[in-house]
Every structure is written in structure tokens, then in C-alpha cells.
Design a binder for this molecule. Structure first.
Ligand code: XIL
Length: 461
């Protein structure tokens, strides 16, 4: 019950804090598990992630573990995005190919990479009819119920506190006009109630995670989205734990961005859930593609509960729909017109082309709570250079009066007279090349106050 309460308080406090921080442009109050970035200078942000952060949102991408060894891929990922979703590595077949045999290697690789870069994470996905190993479909009712609950608790338990949002159930409704539940093994054996069972298991497994229902062809108002809407309304009314609805948003000429996209997302938000754009890609090229992307970004920005956007891959060449060139970077990691449109819609301006100009010498910070014990917690701040090299930085960390920072690492701290404000500088040389990041950490003795420290804006030198 305490956890439920804490969870309900989290999203609004988080957003409020981001908004206030942006308005005041000084400091940001951060939630225990949320990650936000704040630009340290007055100029507009020059990357997707930094620009979205200034709007109080994340901008993420699907990530494939086996591409992380490609330097251009990783450089683009690290520079532009502040949220990551495993494209395939957290699906049931990847994590539990045989009953009771869990393979977390590739999922861990993505989680570690993202966390090392100060990115937030989306978990995708726990209960889905596709990429489901054969053994699951062969189980009887009781066994399947046990297996589903076990899968949720094992997977969410492993990443507890590290994954901001989880797609608990994916694609549970039929396409077309029926509004029916998809005839998956879960539906067949467990009946309609499996979706809420999954959400209840998910809340128990990680009370700090935002729990999402995710689907496609639900982007506009139609029979399928109406069916999902009715389910979410029912869950909210009966207190079934759901926090968010994900809209995959895979678009092409057969399935363009619907004219009522914003209106549809808005009606879900009005039910009291966050909305997230979870797998965005839009086939096409040039101005037409750019215009569609702009429409999607503007729709999200117009909805206060639209908390972030994820595109379904970094580069066209590795897209699941590569022939449709649906992403923001081409096969050579060049920015496409769609990229420019998205960045501009987010309020950013392109950087890199004006050495010595106002975009230079900036840095951003993100904060994450990384561990918690009975009396203390660890915080991690990631400092990232903007579009130019920097040779040093300072960041202030302010804790509450009952709190005390007992240890720090990977930085050189100094303190004000109250002992509550720590100013952190690099250990040794503070050189960071454009887009490069470094992290420092600290332990806070909570003294009964579990609120996150206030992280001041990054000041570059
Ligand atoms: C896709 C991946 O991009 C492909 O690599 C994989 O072969 C199939 O799945 N809806 C979803 C995603 O929820 O998980 C799917 O991802 C795309 C459609």
C-alpha cells in the first residue's frame, strides 16, 4: 500500500519539478528513479535528447545489443538519445528460451550501456503472443499462470529500480472492427483476466516502474483503440495498476499518421495515465517524411502527460523496415530532413556548424538513483558535453537538511558552510569531447528523507 501511494505521487511531482526547473533555469528536483537532463547554458539544445529534456520529456531509441560494437552506431546513440529500449533482447524468447532458464546477457548489455550514459530505459516486453518460445504455448491453464507471473517477477526483479517504464502487455487486441482480445495462448488459457493479472504482478515486482499497455493500430480513434480505451478506463475505475499507454506509431503510406492522433492520445491521457510514443518510425523520405515526424512530435508536446518519444532504431540500415527508410539517420548516420524537423519541433537548434558560436562549451547533467538500502541511497550524476569539447565542469548537488553525503567517487567535491551543498569538479583533467560523458557518484545518508537531491545545472569551462 505504501508503495502504491509512492508510485501514484511520482509522475506528477517529477513533471512539476522539470517544468519549474526549466522555467527557473537553475536547478532541478529529481525523483528517485526518473532521469532528466538540464542544459547548463541558455542556448537551445542541439541534440534530440537534450532538446526533449528541455521540454520535460525523453527522446529514446530502440537499441540492438549486437550493434553496440559499431562505433558510429554507438556515437550516434550516445550523442542524440537519452532513453533506450531493447529492440529484441527483453522479449520472452530472448530472456527465457526454456522454462526456468534465463539468459540476461544481451539485455544486461543494453541496460549497462544506457545507464552508463545516463539514459533512462523502457522495458519491452513481458507478455506478448509474438517472440514467445514454444514451451509457453504448450502449458495448461495453471502452469501458464505460474509461468507468466514467474516471468514477470524474475525479469522485473532483475532490473528493479533501473527501468523507468515497462510494456507489461503488448498487442493484446485484434485488428479490425471487432474490438476483441487477440486469441493468444494467454487469452485462450487464462481468459480476459490475464491482462490485469499481469499488471498486478508487475506492480508487485517493481513498484517504482511506470506500467504500460502497448499496441499498434491504436494511434487514431478506431474500434481497436476504443477497446483499449475501455479496458484502461475499467482498470482505472477498479484500481488495477496501470500508469501508461504506449502507442507504437509505425507509419507508412498504407497507415499514415492519423488526423486524430493528438485527440486520441489526449483522450487516453484524460483517463489519468501517461501516454508514450514507443516505436515511432515513418516510411518515406524528404519533406513528406519530415512533415509527418513533426506532426507526431507536436502532438506529444501538446499533451502534458505525453512523457516521451522512442523511435524504433538509430539508423535506416538496421531498421526492421529498412527498405522504407523510416528513421531519422540514414545508413551512413547522416541526419535526414526528418531529424531536422524533429529537433526544431523540440525547440532545439542544430549544433556543430558554428565553432566559437553560442552553442559551444555547454554540458548537460542527468541524475539517477542507483541503489538503496535501509538507511542510505546512492546517486549517480552523468555529465555530458554538448556540441563542442569542454575542458572542465562543475555541478552542484544539494541534499535536504536531514540528509548527509557520506561518500563520493569519481570527482573532487567541495562544500558550503551548511554542508548540504556539494560542488563537484572533475578528478584530474575534465576534458570531454562533443557528446562524451562521465559520471560521478555519492552516497546519501537519508536521515528519514528519501527525496532525491537537487542537481544544479552543469557549468562548463
Ligand atoms: C520487431 C523488431 O524490430 C524486429 O527486429 C524483430 O524481428 C520483430 O520485432 N511491435 C513490437 C516490436 O512491439 O517488438 C516489434 O519489433 C515491432 C512491432
Amino acid at each position: 500500500m505504501i508503495n502504491e501511494f509512492a508510485h501514484e505521487q511520482r509522475p506528477s511531482r517529477w513533471r512539476l519539478a522539470v517544468r519549474r526547473a526549466i522555467a527557473g533555469s537553475a536547478v532541478v528536483l529529481l525523483s528517485a528513479t526518473g532521469v532528466v537532463a538540464l542544459s547548463g547554458t541558455a542556448h537551445a539544445a542541439s541534440t534530440l535528447g537534450a532538446a526533449a529534456a528541455e521540454q520535460g520529456r525523453y527522446f529514446g531509441t530502440a537499441v540492438a545489443a549486437n550493434r553496440l560494437s559499431e562505433s558510429d552506431y554507438t556515437a550516434t546513440l550516445n550523442r542524440e538519445f537519452n532513453s533506450a529500449t531493447a529492440e529484441n533482447e527483453m522479449k520472452w524468447d530472448a530472456l527465457q528460451p526454456n522454462r526456468g532458464q534465463f539468459n540476461f546477457g544481451n539485455a544486461d548489455r543494453i541496460v549497462n550501456h544506457a545507464r552508463g550514459q545516463g539514459m533512462s530505459l523502457r522495458g519491452h516486453t513481458l507478455v506478448w503472443h509474438s517472440q514467445l518460445p514454444g514451451w509457453v504455448g504448450g502449458l495448461g491453464t495453471n502452469e501458464l499462470r505460474t509461468a507468466m507471473n514467474d516471468h514477470i517477477s524474475q525479469v522485473m526483479g532483475r532490473y528493479r529500480g533501473q527501468i523507468d517504464s515497462w510494456d507489461v502487455v503488448n498487442e493484446a487486441f485484434e485488428d479490425g472492427s471487432s474490438g476483441a482480445r487477440r486469441n493468444s495462448p494467454f487469452q485462450q488459457r487464462l481468459g480476459n483476466g490475464y491482462i490485469e493479472e499481469a499488471f498486478r504482478a508487475a506492480r508487485a515486482a517493481d513498484p517504482s516502474a511506470t506500467l504500460c499497455y502497448n499496441d499498434y493500430n491504436t494511434d487514431g480513434v478506431n474500434a481497436k483503440s476504443n477497446a483499449v480505451y475501455n479496458m484502461v478506463a475499467d482498470f482505472k475505475q477498479r484500481g488495477v495498476p496501470i500508469d501508461c499507454v504506449g502507442f507504437q506509431s509505425h507509419f507508412n503510406s498504407q497507415s499514415p499518421v492519423p488526423g486524430d492522433y493528438q485527440q486520441n492520445l489526449q483522450r487516453f491521457a484524460a483517463l489519468g495515465v501517461d501516454v508514450q510514443i514507443t516505436e515511432l518510425d515513418i516510411e518515406g523520405s524528404g519533406t513528406a517524411q519530415a512533415n509527418s515526424y513533426r506532426t507526431v512530435v507536436n502532438a506529444c508536446l501538446a499533451i502534458s502527460r505525453c512523457t516521451g518519444i522512442t523511435v524504433w532504431g538509430v539508423t535506416d540500415k538496421y531498421s526492421w523496415r529498412a527498405s522504407g527508410t523510416p528513421l531519422l539517420f540514414d545508413g551512413n548516420y547522416n541526419k535526414k530532413p526528418a531529424y531536422d524537423a524533429v529537433l526544431a519541433a523540440l525547440g532545439g537548434t542544430p549544433g556543430g556548424g558554428d565553432p566559437g558560436g553560442p552553442g559551444d562549451g555547454s554540458c548537460t547533467v542527468t541524475y539517477q538513483e542507483t541503489d538503496r538500502w535501509g538507511d542510505r541511497f546512492n546517486g549517480q550524476v552523468t555529465v555530458r558535453a554538448g556540441d563542442a569539447s569542454i575542458s572542465g565542469w562543475t555541478v552542484t548537488v544539494t541534499v535536504g537538511s536531514a540528509q548527509r553525503i557520506s561518500t563520493t567517487w569519481n570527482g573532487t567535491p567541495s562544500w558550503d558552510s551548511s554542508g548540504n551543498v556539494m560542488t563537484m569538479r572533475p578528478n584530474g583533467n575534465g576534458n570531454l569531447s562533443p557528446g562524451q560523458s562521465t559520471s560521478f557518484g555519492f552516497t546519501v545518508m537519508a536521515g528519514g528523507d528519501w527525496s532525491a537531491p537537487r542537481i544544479g545545472a552543469c557549468v562548463a569551462s
